[in-house]
Design a protein around this ligand. Structure first.
Ligand code: CO8
Length: 258
């Protein structure tokens, strides 16, 4: 196993689990954690034995934001030249789905990291927020963009300008999270959901992720064209034949990623 210090890595069948593990700092996102999460996600992305990834934190915190103590002394020029969070672009380039399993605080960069995942399962203890404004800064890992796309302008503007937190119920109502589960069941439920995804044909899974993400990048007509071409391309796979044959034969499909 890779010598990670700020995360833990496990395999559960075809699911790769990444657990943020800086408990003393409520999983605050520093440079090392950034590098390790990105490296672990890329390793699972390359691994043919893995079909879906889960990213989680602790009971108390998914992540309480970027590491304020690491950022505190930085100059504007250092932040620009180092671009310490640029590596997250590689995380969003991962092609396998990533499920965020969020319990406790998901604040600032923690909320933004959850939003970089493909969807969020929230424990009933989850608390989301973009409190950067209280530090004299603003969201810097996508909060002003992804958070706004997820919950709409009114709520995003209020949350980013006041820095208040929203609980799991409000987050689900606002469309920030896919589903709320009791905290005690969060990891099991996330792994089960990810296992369901990992059991599908990887080509259809990855093209589905790509197509849904296109909806945020392009016009409706171009997005629909992209979807149709992706849909048509799947008829080149053996898994399409297998999936439809299995349906006709009233049995479970056995996808071979071929
Ligand atoms: N960074 C560093 N350390 C942290 C952070 C953080 N974001 N959050 C918590 N910690 C540390 C605390 O300092 C404390 O350490 P210590 O025991 O050494 O004093 C430990 O974690 C436990 O925290 P608390 O004692 O504060 O625990 P509480 O339960 O009292 O409070 C809170 C929990 C409410 C989560 C509180 O810790 C808090 O407000 N944390 C900061 C939240 C925040 O402001 N997050 C936004 C950070 S800025 C950001 O994310 C910018 C992202 C974009 C950057 C992109 C740049 C390009």
């Amino acid at each position: 196993a890779a010598p990670y210090e700020t995360i833990r890595i496990e395999r559960h069948g075809r699911v790769g689990l990444i657990t943020l593990d800086r408990p003393k700092a409520l999983n605050a996102i520093n440079r090392q954690l950034t590098g390790e999460v990105v490296a672990a996600a890329e390793a699972f992305d390359r691994d043919p034995a893995i079909g879906c990834i889960v990213l989680t934190g602790s009971e108390r915190a998914f992540a309480a934001g970027a590491d304020i103590k690491e950022m505190q002394p930085k100059s504007s020029l250092e932040m620009y030249l180092d671009d310490p969070f640029a590596a997250w672009d590689r995380f969003t380039a991962v092609r396998k789905p990533i499920v965020a399993a969020v319990a406790g605080f998901a604040l600032g960069g923690g909320c933004e990291l959850a939003l970089m995942c493909d969807f969020i399962l929230a424990a009933d203890t989850a608390k989301f927020g973009q409190p950067e404004i209280k530090l004299g800064i603003m969201p810097g890992m996508g909060g002003s963009q992804r958070f706004t796309r997820a919950v709409g302008k009114a709520k995003a503007m209020e949350m980013c300008l006041t820095g208040r937190m929203m609980d799991a119920v409000e987050a689900e109502r606002a469309g920030l999270v896919a589903r709320i589960v009791p905290a005690a069941d969060l990891l099991a439920e996330a792994l089960k959901t990810a296992e369901t995804i990992a059991a599908q044909s990887l080509a259809s899974v990855q093209l589905t992720k790509e197509a849904v993400n296109r909806a945020f990048e392009t016009t409706l007509s171009e997005g629909l064209r992209f979807e149709r071409r992706a849909f048509q391309s799947l008829f080149a796979t053996e898994d399409q034949k297998e999936g439809m044959t299995a349906f006709a034969e009233k049995r479970a499909p056995n996808f071979r990623n071929a």
